[in-house]
Design a protein around this ligand. Structure first.
Ligand SMILES: [Zn+2]
Ligand SMILES: [Zn+2]
Ligand SMILES: [Zn+2]
Length: 131
């Protein structure tokens, strides 16, 4: 399966497009660089030791043992690339999922699962009105 690379430069060697996400680990692919870090569940901050990884049409994902959310590795990449934080306290009004926000940009909360939950809902409503 294709590795997922984050957009931000490596915190250690400062090279761009060299840090990949593999399961819950970030590591730099530069030979001389040994940057490596692991991350916790972006929704509830639980350790991800022992979680099982699955694959679907959006790529690799895991089911968190604690918050029971399905988290795609590409979603984690999106959070890192856009410096977003997850706020499990504020729920999406459309799907009741957790929301993300950007601390310094004063950005309003957005749905964690759907880039545009509102558009999605309209789509579902239109679909369900069909005779
Ligand atoms: Zn590096
Ligand atoms: Zn979790
Ligand atoms: Zn939502």
């Amino acid at each position: 399966m294709e590795p997922v690379f984050i957009k931000l430069s490596c915190p250690s060697c400062k090279e761009k497009n060299t840090v990949k996400i593999e399961k819950n680990r970030l590591s730099c692919t530069q030979e001389k660089c040994d940057f490596s870090a692991s991350f916790c569940c972006p929704v509830c901050d639980s350790l991800l030791d022992g979680v099982t990884y699955f694959q679907d049409e959006l790529g690799e994902y895991f089911d968190c043992h604690d918050c029971k959310n399905k988290v795609h590795i590409k979603r984690v990449k999106h959070l890192i690339d856009n410096k977003l934080s997850v706020d499990p306290q504020v729920r999406c009004e459309y799907c009741q999922g957790p929301t993300v926000y950007r601390q310094e940009a004063n950005m309003s909360h957005r749905c964690f699962f759907f880039q545009n939950a509102r558009a999605k809902r309209v789509f579902f409503q239109v679909g369900s009105v069909n005779p």
